[in-house]
Design a protein around this ligand. Structure first.
Ligand SMILES: N[C@@H](CCC(=O)N[C@@H](CS)C(=O)NCC(=O)O)C(=O)O
Length: 225
């Protein structure tokens, strides 16, 4: 298990989050990539209130960041690409294959995730608001269009670029998992199978279990919950 207290690579994660976010907080991406790469890492846990200095590490006060010696990174996409650069298991070494894998990380973050998060925001944070009830159908249609595009591209391939798993798949699977409270992904059988293939990878399982174990350990008790 690459999670080691004194490892050179450090990431940040939350000590605890409410149940709707457990298993999808974005440090999962860093953990999963590090597990795939077989790189040891340690985790600095943060609470709901971050120390003001954290803004110097993450300008948006979010998780994750990654520190590795002189390299200090924020944004899960950049972090996963950095880890990919350290491991051919995640990112082809050069040429078109490398940049197509990187391109899919942008596609996940920029073409798919905003549409996905629109639905999540409505369902999780604003479900009771009148405007959200009116907006939901449109948001779902837009998300479905994005899912259909990915599904059509994927076809009967195992991963987005064929037989080989890359950081692009890692990012896409984690973006699609934000919809786990809906049936939207399972409406596309190949996309559903794609997400399940990602989740079945031992590296993903270890990453998920480590994130969830932290939340179990720090579950608020009594009135603080
Ligand atoms: N674009 C950023 C988004 C990071 C992000 O949204 N992190 C969430 C957890 S998944 C967070 O820290 N939320 C707390 C907050 O925004 O206050 C990335 O991909 O790293």
């Amino acid at each position: 298990m690459p999670m080691k207290p004194n490892a050179a690579i450090e990431i940040t994660a939350f000590r605890w989050v409410p149940e709707f976010a457990q298993g999808v907080v974005r440090d999962l991406r860093a953990r999963w990539a590090l597990e795939e790469a077989g790189l040891d890492y340690c985790v600095r846990l943060l609470g709901r209130e971050r120390p003001p200095e954290y803004l110097k590490e993450q300008p948006f006060d979010q998780v994750p960041i990654l520190n590795d010696g002189d390299v200090r990174l924020f944004e899960s996409g950049a972090i996963v690409q950095y880890i990919g650069d350290k491991s051919e298991a995640l990112l082809p070494r050069g040429g078109e294959a490398k940049y197509r894998a990187i391109g899919w990380t942008y596609a996940a973050l920029n073409s798919v995730e905003p549409a996905v998060l629109n639905v999540v925001l409505i369902d999780v944070f604003y479900a009771e608001q009148e405007w959200a009830k009116l907006r939901r159908a449109g948001a779902v249609d837009f998300a479905k269009l994005k899912l259909k595009r990915v599904s059509d591209w994927l076809g009967d391939k195992t991963w987005l670029e064929g037989d080989r798993f890359t950081i692009g798949d890692l990012m896409m699977v984690t973006s699609l998992r934000f919809l786990r409270h809906t049936d939207l992904v399972s409406e596309f059988a190949n996309l559903d199978a794609f997400v399940k293939r990602g989740e079945a990878r031992p590296a993903f399982q270890r990453a998920l279990e480590d994130q969830l174990a932290t939340f179990r350990e720090h579950e608020p008790k009594g009135e603080a919950a």
